[in-house]
Design a protein around this ligand. Structure first.
Ligand code: ARG
Length: 558
């Protein structure tokens, strides 16, 4: 039995994981990244998923090297290095991912360099369209944007281009050319793409991000807002009704924690921030696929102090619980009752664990990688003695809310304007001002203040349904009083507005310009203003009911 307590929204077989282990490094020039799946598996990743977290794994018996796909020759094409090899391998990966995803399983792809995401995204986007009739969102956690087109890339390495291919920004016109196999149903929309942890973006990539309005959170944003807020914003951008593919490049982490990668960049995520991202994505229940790429176990050599640091940091961050007397579940008990090992659950530690120095002294430890993956046990497992913090992300229907605000603005402004004029007229005629004139001006002004409050809350992403509901209810009562008063004035006994209209105006039959005609026009305008005020009051009252219903729906679906 799978231990995850988060209910998956989009997987029909949430206890199953399709594994695609990709031993491929052709998207860049440093050898070794193809050894990652083996290293990850040897360090116990899949065993842990299967035995300790209770997942049923499919396709876990083989690391694919795709040697049968190696072309006889592979000259550069549109400035790309190894174009045919990468195209053929990613096409095959797309089929593998599609196969698993079509069966409603989570797909875990172990890279490999990041070029393989051309295949993983294509496979899961297609399967998501076919199975759920929806578009899929992508959270790309990476130091790099990997959105160069072949024409903008300086390096020609395809691992710097996968997003451009996956979004259709880099298209191959020739269907038989490299990546000509990518069709419309393989593509991901740029509006459903969110980057996290960027810090090394090429100038043309910046332009591409800007021109396509792609949502990107750099390390600067994480420093400024904190990872919590950034995740809130990233997930709000995606919305809670969209399946998510998480593509995690290990170089998103600071080299302090993950130096064993081809293109490390300083100033990256802390270990804990990496954990947190994965926990948040898992908690949405929308996760359908994960890639873990660019782990290069061969790049940590004997002199690498980073490996030591990694181990130390991992140990201090993830302290195995000293005791866990209440643990009942078998597979968890096994872990919690055995003596803690210092390397346990070290986040993405496999490149270091794979390192001979550590490998000799420790049984390949259980990597912390499952944070990254579906189980996200960090958030929920007794292992960590943490309780998931229930955070609500309210998803307001944007269009409805905008219409609501606009119409209510019009209604309130109209009431303020017309009753202010009535007050003025009464004053001029030296008549007493009835209480409901200033009352209606006040109610409409309160409504304006309420709209301003909503806008402020929306801007700060704090639009809580409870606030909306309470405010709307109070205003509704006030509007109803106003509505009744207006109705009495308009349709009440003779002597009312309606009556004066009928008697003072319509019984006359003014023809030609005269003082009578003028009075008649004036009186009719007053009547019509009252009628409009009545109409707007009804609209206001109904709209207040509408926003209460809206708030309720947002609340129950959160
Ligand atoms: N997946 C990666 N590590 N990508 C690094 C890309 C670096 C650079 N922007 C390039 O296009 O070559």
């Amino acid at each position: 039995m799978c231990t995850s307590m988060i209910k998956s929204k989009f997987l029909s077989n949430p206890e199953d994981i399709g594994i695609v282990a990709v031993g491929f490094s052709g998207g860049q020039c440093k050898p070794g990244v193809d050894a990652a799946p083996k290293a990850l598996i040897e360090s116990g990743l899949l065993t842990q998923l299967r035995e300790e977290l209770g997942y049923k794994l499919h396709g876990d018996d083989e690391v694919h090297l795709y040697s049968d796909l190696a072309p006889a020759e592979d000259p550069p094409h549109r400035n790309m290095k190894n174009p045919r090899a990468v195209s053929a391998v990613t096409e095959r990966i797309a089929q593998q991912v599609h196969h698993h995803a079509s069966q409603g399983r989570m797909v875990l792809t172990l890279g490999g360099d990041h070029s393989i995401a051309i295949g993983t995204l294509a496979g899961s986007a297609k399967a998501t369209r076919e199975r759920l009739g929806r578009e899929m969102a992508v959270i790309w956690v990476d130091a790099h944007a990997d959105i160069n087109t072949p024409e903008t890339s300086d390096s020609g390495n395809i691992h710097g281009m996968p997003v451009a291919f996956a979004t259709g920004l880099a298209r191959e016109e020739n269907p038989d050319g490299p990546f000509g196999w990518l069709h419309k149903d393989h593509l991901v929309s740029t509006s459903k793409l969110v980057y996290i942890a960027l810090r090394d973006v090429d100038a043309p990539e910046k332009r591409i991000l800007r021109e396509n309005g792609i949502r990107a959170f750099s390390m600067h944003d994480i420093d400024r807002h904190g990872i919590g807020r950034v995740m809130e914003m990233a997930l709000a951008h995606i919305g809670n009704d969209t399946p998510i593919h998480l593509s995690f490049d290990v170089d998103a982490l600071d080299p302090l924690w993950a130096p064993s990668t081809g293109t490390p960049v300083r100033g990256g995520l802390t270990l804990r921030e990496g954990d947190y991202i994965c926990e948040c994505v898992h908690e949405t229940g929308s996760l359908v696929a994960v890639d873990l790429v660019e782990v290069n176990p061969t790049l940590a050599d004997e002199r690498d102090v980073g490996a030591h640091e990694t181990v130390r940091a991992g140990c201090s961050i993830v302290r195995p619980p000293s005791s866990s007397p209440t643990t009942k579940t078998n597979h968890i008990t096994t872990l919690t009752t055995r003596p803690p090992r210092p390397l346990d659950r070290l986040f993405l530690c496999s490149p270091f664990l794979y390192h001979r120095r550590h490998h000799r002294h420790h049984r390949p430890s259980l990597p912390h990688i499952h944070n990254l993956i579906m189980a996200s046990t960090v958030a929920e497992s007794v292992l960590y003695e943490r309780r998931p913090v229930k955070t609500h992300r309210y998803q307001w229907p944007g269009v409805q809310l905008n219409i609501w605000i606009l119409i209510m603005l019009v209604a309130s402004c109209f009431l303020i304007g017309s009753f202010a004029i009535f007050i003025q007229v009464q004053e001029q005629l030296l008549l007493p001002i009835p209480w409901y004139f200033p009352y209606l001006v006040t109610v409409a002004s309160l409504t304006l203040a309420y709209i301003l409050l909503l806008l402020y809350l929306i801007f700060n992403r704090r639009l809580l349904p409870a606030i909306v509901m309470i405010g709307a209810f109070v205003l509704f009562v006030l509007w109803m009083v106003g509505l009744v008063v207006i109705a009495v004035q308009l349709f009440g006994p003779t002597g009312s507005v309606q009556g004066s209209c009928d008697v003072a105006v319509f019984s006359f039959n003014p023809t030609g310009p005269s003082l009578h005609t003028l009075a008649w026009l004036q009186q009719r305008a007053v009547c019509q203003t009252w009628q409009a005020a009545f109409a707007f009051s009804i609209v206001g009252a109904l709209f207040l009911v509408w926003i209460m219903v809206m708030a309720y729906q947002v609340f129950v679906t959160a």
